[in-house]
Ligand binder design. Structure first.
Ligand code: SAM
Length: 353
């Protein structure tokens, strides 16, 4: 059986037991954030009853409760398994551990490509004091330690205790490198104490990126440099013959999932407004031609399911969209902006050592 979406929503609403008509719509609203129209609800109930997937229990008029029949419960199970089947073949179904996710992501060609642009723009010199804001597992610390040499200093900063611990393990084997567990909105660092700040995919998550940029200005010495790499999720394009589900997926990601989804395009303006002088903006396209690789970054199946629950996609659209993505050929792209900004002032060009 293939149900339409209103029927599917009614079946799902009845999964936990009998409800009368009004309560069915309340349950639908809880699942999707929107109620079915009166005609849509009554039409779905009538068709499900014709197919003997639901039955009415004794009661007064409109208050007669309705419940799933055995056939209805099996139909619901089949429908719910349809997405999971596609997912099980190809997509990740569980949220990955954050440390494993970051380590895996940093190992991809896509990450290496824009991170090299970031490192080049940082132009870190021997003897300098380098900060890696939101250092995560510390993947960038070895390259920073090499650039600073034993004459300089490197400090990774992360608010998350597990991340900071993992980074500290790595830093222990590097010269003059340490890790600080702190919040970049407000750091226990002296004004003008840093030559360079590197940051990779941090600002998109912050409660107040403008406050963090002001903190960067405070902590940098005059002439010191911040280089930030941030995705712009509004640029996410996924190929599909019908642009509607792709647009809905991107819109859901930008409206419901990422805190500062458009930080990539906004960063140069915000940096200028924070008193930093923007020296360069390099948009780096990140291209995926392999659906598994894209899924590991974009959570295609997980976020599609969330988009369905939030009412951005119908279940039918979502099933068709995931099937198509799984079949391929696949293409998705998103732009990462690498922004170089300096604290105005003369400042020494070279290192401190
Ligand atoms: C997307 S991860 C990127 C990690 C790292 N830059 C990398 O490339 O692997 C963002 C990191 O920022 C950290 N973070 C988030 N908010 C923070 C804050 N307010 N202060 C410091 N770190 C923060 C998170 O714990 C996480 O490790």
């Amino acid at each position: 059986m293939r149900t339409n979406d209103a029927q599917m929503l009614v079946l799902s609403a009845l999964a936990d037991g009998p409800l009368h008509g009004y309560a069915v719509n309340t349950a639908v609203e809880r699942m999707t954030g929107a109620r079915l129209g009166r005609g849509s609800l009554s039409g779905a109930l009538a068709r499900l009853r014709d197919k003997q997937l639901i039955e009415y229990l004794p009661g007064e008029g409109r208050r007669r409760p309705v419940r799933l029949t055995d056939a209805g419960r099996s139909a619901l199970g089949r429908e719910l398994n349809a997405l999971a089947d596609v997912a099980g073949q190809l997509f990740e179904t569980v949220v990955p551990d954050r440390i494993a996710y970051q380590e895996r992501l940093n190992g991809t060609d896509q990450a290496r490509a824009y991170q090299q642009v970031l490192l080049d723009a940082l132009d870190a010199r021997p003897g300098q004091h380098l900060l890696d804001w939101g250092c995560g597992t510390g993947a960038a610390l070895p390259a920073l330690a090499r650039a600073a040499t034993a004459r300089g200093r490197v400090l990774g900063i992360d608010r998350d205790p597990r991340m900071a611990l993992r980074a500290a393990d790595l830093a222990a084997g590097l010269p003059n490198t340490a890790v600080l567990r702190a919040d970049v909105h407000r750091l226990p660092l002296a004004p003008g104490s840093a030559d360079r700040i590197r940051t990779d995919r941090l600002l998109q998550h912050l409660a107040d990126p403008v406050a963090a940029l002001a903190e960067a200005r405070r902590v940098l010495r005059p002439g010191g440099r911040l280089v930030a790499a941030e995705p712009d999720w509004g640029t996410l394009a996924v190929d599909h013959p019908d642009p509607a589900p792709a647009r809905a997926f991107t819109r859901h990601l930008t409206e419901r999932i990422v805190r500062n989804p458009l930080i990539g395009r906004r960063l140069p303006r915000l940096a200028e407004e924070s008193g930093l002088a923007v020296r360069a903006v390099v948009p780096v396209p990140v291209l995926f031609r392999e659906v598994r690789a894209a899924d590991r970054v974009l959570g295609l199946q997980r976020n599609t399911e969330r988009a369905v629950a939030a009412g951005y996609l119908t279940r039918e659209q979502a099933g068709e969209w995931l099937e198509h993505l799984a079949r391929g050929p696949f293409l998705a792209a998103v732009t990462v902006f690498v922004v170089t900004a300096e604290k105005p002032g003369p400042g020494p060009v070279g290192g401190v050592g």
